[in-house]
Design a binder for this molecule. Structure first.
Ligand SMILES: [Zn+2]
Length: 68
């Protein structure tokens, strides 16, 4: 996709691209680069996940008064 005269630096022609970092626009004339944001679909490794600690079995606690 092209954006003619869309470069804020030199008013050259921008073309849209996409790589591992996400989508970007780049100027053909001067090399200006603008990130458009991260494409999360390309970054499955960056998903946060929680590893739960093993839960303790629910053993009934002895009441302190009972032992006394
Ligand atoms: Zn430019």
């Amino acid at each position: 996709m092209m954006y003619f005269k869309g470069c804020p630096k030199c008013h050259g022609d921008l073309y849209a691209g996409e790589d591992i970092h996400g989508r970007y626009e780049s100027c053909i004339q001067c090399g200006y680069l603008r990130d458009l944001g991260v494409n999360e679909d390309l970054l499955p490794a960056m998903e946060t996940f929680v590893i739960e600690a093993p839960k303790r079995g629910r053993k009934p606690r002895k009441k302190a008064r009972q032992a006394a």
